[in-house]
Design a protein around this ligand. Structure first.
Ligand code: ADP
Length: 757
């Protein structure tokens, strides 16, 4: 059989070879489903294309060149596979471009004149030329998009994947280009090259583990150069031996020289080759490091660091010097009962700080712990084993922008992860480097545990200090309350005794005068009046005491009616009018008339405001001012509207230490000696029940009360501002509070009960 006879069967053999590739790709299709499907289309069309080439001369001339069109279809399928492989799926765009291109090629074949045009040694018809140009356009687009992606990719292993694909594409297109040239010698070569390209493409799609293209090619280059250069002395030696007899006729001398040359070559060749190898490897791969020295330096750098941030910096700085990385962080892993908490301690470059909470049996955590080996970001992205990772976890890792995650394991627990970013050179991490990284991470375990214990100790210390502070505060408060209790007996007995003494005194006078029968009616009325006032005072104190005790036992029973704040304030200030007049204190009200009506227990509300405004009168010197202002507060978060009421005076003010305490029962600022009974006298303190009752009433209405004052100063008179926030309709709050637990009937019932109260 002649060569041309054999070459007739080449397309048939090629179709068989593509069929084998098809079967391989099909059997591994679970990996990257969609792109494998399109690769299968490409391989399937390749089989059809080869069959068309084989059958065309046997079936006679067809109207259109089927094989040429099938090649175009295959190229379009390859374009789609590429866009999917690069994770930029443009399936629709490729389908449209393919349909347009192939139709154009068919139309060109049907309608362009069948004239041959020649360019030097090549000749082709217009239709063939159109088809070739369309193929060239498609191939260039595929190749350029791959190249662009390669330039764009940040991670070396990711870039390697794209580079590998680009090379596989290049080989495939080179083969196709040779087939296009249609030179008999080149056709076979073209077939072989295209098949090699298709093999590489199939391998890339069906296996995520690709070799490091640039390192492999540098190694191959290095091998060729070393072998080439080290062969030079041997060639020179041969040349000399070959030509030596032309110059030297003495046979003994000649053979001695031969011997010397051979011996020199034998002894020196190895050394020469060794130094060429070292020189070239430094040139191509850079300086190599001594792992022992690295481990020693590293351990020293991190040994004495107790602060977590410092430790992270020390680790990453050491690694950055060693591997010239551009970012890095320490990920602290805390194994909690219910989950695993991952916290980022940044060290180099801009690293996002969001913590991550993972399940105890999370795939990544178990993988790092069990494998005890660095994990590449590339593996997370492309290894089908990690395909089940949820999207947001992938996002977290991709935002970290790291290249390798090295587990720090101690006592079989994952304690931390050293996250190492890509190298500044853009080179990939080699096996040796990854092993070295793991050795270094293993050295880090103890330092990490120490830093963690130290941190926890610091935290405990802070907590104890805080608790101590709290305890001191509570203690001071307890001491004050203790004093309040003691004072209460003094105050209460004083409050009760003063009017009681008066009653008794007047009753005695009444008896004596009556006995002596010189009690006029006028005198009797006057004395009765005094007794009445004293009993009134007694009644007031006892009511206040009862009210206050009610606060503890059952809270206040409130009956809501519709009223206005204006009326409440007017009623509350009515009894204070004489004192205000007498002491020339101005009482201003602001904005009360415009307020909407409120729902409140009228009497209780009047009592509360009477207490608060009464205090303002008592603690404001003569000629002072008291102002009552209020406005409506609406907020999007709360469906209920509130009134914010401020009662400000120009009085002596309140020491901030007592801002909470004044709302406690029986608490009064200052000592009991200064006590002077009087409801309106300047500094005429009462039993210390006014504000607790007011607070009880306001909180009973689901409101809040607090005071603001810069301090107590009788000379400067900083004044106090009492703030009250009061719901316009407290029943709404009651309804809302009970709504989730109660049936509508039940909540209506509680509303009725409230109203009945
Ligand atoms: P009292 O019956 O003694 O007035 P309160 O409970 O009404 O008791 O008030 C407690 C303490 O709060 C008062 O003894 C007083 O020292 C302080 N106080 C209340 N209101 C004012 C105010 N407007 N200005 C200054 N001090 C005030």
């Amino acid at each position: 059989m002649t060569f041309s006879e054999i070459s007739q069967f080449v397309p048939l053999i090629a179709a068989g070879a593509y069929l084998v590739l098809f079967v391989i790709a099909y059997s591994r299709r679970e990996q990257h489903e969609v792109q494998t499907r399109w690769l299968l289309v490409f391989l399937g069309v390749s089989i059809a294309w080869q069959m068309a080439i084989y059958l065309a001369p046997r079936l006679g001339v067809a109207a259109i060149d089927v094989a040429g069109k099938l090649l175009l279809v295959g190229t379009v399928a390859l374009g789609i596979t590429t866009s999917l492989y690069l994770d930029r799926p443009h399936v629709r765009r490729w389908l449209i471009a393919g349909a347009v291109g192939i139709s154009a090629a068919i139309l060109a074949e049907l309608f362009l004149p069948p004239v041959e045009i020649s360019f030097g040694a090549f000749s082709s018809s217009y239709a063939e030329l159109t088809s070739s140009l369309i193929w060239l356009g498609f191939s260039a687009a595929i190749f350029l998009s791959t190249y662009r992606e390669y330039r764009r990719t940040r991670f070396p292993w990711h870039a390697n994947r794209v580079l590998y694909w680009a090379i596989a594409l290049f080989v495939t297109f080179l083969g196709e280009a040779l087939l296009h040239l249609n030179w008999s010698g080149l056709t076979l070569l073209g077939q072989v090259i295209r098949f090699i390209g298709a093999c590489a493409l199939t391998y890339a799609v069906s296996s995520h583990r690709l070799f490091d293209v640039s390192t492999r090619s540098r190694r191959a280059l290095s091998f060729i150069l070393v072998t080439g250069i080290s062969a030079v002395p041997i060639i020179v030696g041969f040349f000399i031996i070959y030509n030596l007899d032309n110059f030297i006729s003495n046979t003994v001398l000649l053979w001695t020289l031969y011997g010397i040359i051979v011996l020199l070559s034998l002894f020196l060749y190895d050394q020469f080759r060794g130094s060429v190898e070292r020189g070239l490897s430094r040139l191509l791969f850079g300086d190599t490091v001594n792992p022992n020295t690295v481990v020693r330096h590293y351990t020293r750098a991190i040994a004495n660091t107790l602060d977590m941030q410092q430790l992270s910096l020390a680790i990453i700085n050491a690694l950055s010097e060693l591997l010239r990385i551009n970012r890095g962080a320490l990920l602290l892993v805390t194994n909690r009962e219910e989950d695993v908490h991952v916290e980022v301690v940044p060290a180099l470059g801009r690293v996002p700080l969001d913590a991550l909470d993972l399940l105890n049996d999370d795939l990544l955590i178990t993988e790092l712990r069990n494998q005890h080996q660095p994990l590449l970001q590339y593996e997370i992205d492309f290894n089908p084993h990690f395909a089940i990772l949820p999207a947001e976890r992938r996002q977290w890792f991709s935002e970290m922008g790291m290249d390798v995650y090295v587990p720090i394991i101690s006592n079989d627990r994952l304690e931390g992860i050293i996250a190492v970013g890509p190298k500044r050179t853009g080179a990939t991490f080699q096996r040796g480097e990854l092993d070295l990284l793991q050795v270094l991470a293993d050295q880090t375990g103890v330092a990490l545990r120490n830093a963690r214990l130290y941190g926890e100790l610091g935290e405990q210390n802070d907590k104890i200090r805080e608790l101590n502070g709290d305890l001191i505060g509570q203690n001071a408060r307890l001491e004050i309350m203790d004093q309040v209790k003691t004072d209460f007996i003094t105050i209460a007995s004083h409050e009760l005794r003063t009017p009681l003494t008066q009653v008794k005194g007047y009753a005695d006078i009444l008896t004596v005068m009556n006995d002596e029968s010189n009690l006029s009616q006028e005198q009797a009325r006057e004395i009765m009046g005094y007794i009445n006032r004293a009993t009134g005072q007694l009644e007031q104190v006892i009511t206040a005491l009862l009210d206050a005790s009610q606060l503890d036992v059952e809270g206040m029973k409130l009956t809501y009616i519709e009223t206005t704040l204006d009326t409440v304030i007017r009623m509350a200030t009515e009894p204070l009018r004489p004192a205000l007049r007498e002491r020339r204190i101005t009482l201003e009200t602001l904005g009360l008339a415009e307020l909407p009506p409120i729902f409140a227990d009228f009497q209780r509300m009047v009592q509360a405001f009477n207490n608060i405004i009464g205090n303002a009168v008592k603690y404001t010197p003569d000629h002072g001012t008291i102002s009552v202002s209020a406005e409506v507060q609406t907020s999007a978060e709360s469906p209920v509207d509130y009134l914010e009421i401020t009662i400000a005076d120009t009085g002596i003010g309140i020491d901030p230490r007592f801002h909470d305490l004044i709302f406690e029962k029986f608490f009064r600022v200052g000592s009991t000696e200064l006590h002077s009974t009087g409801s309106t006298k300047f500094k005429g303190a009462g039993p210390g029940l006014g504000l607790p009752i007011a607070k009880g009433v306001i909180e009973g209405h689901h409101g809040r009360i607090w005071v603001e004052s810069s301090g107590e100063d009788e000379a400067r008179l900083p004044g106090s501002q009492f703030h009250i926030v009061l719901p316009i309709d407290p029943r709404e709050i009651v309804k809302q509070d009970s709504a989730p637990q109660q049936t509508p009937e039940a909540s209506a019932e509680s509303l009725v009960a409230l109203q009945a109260d």
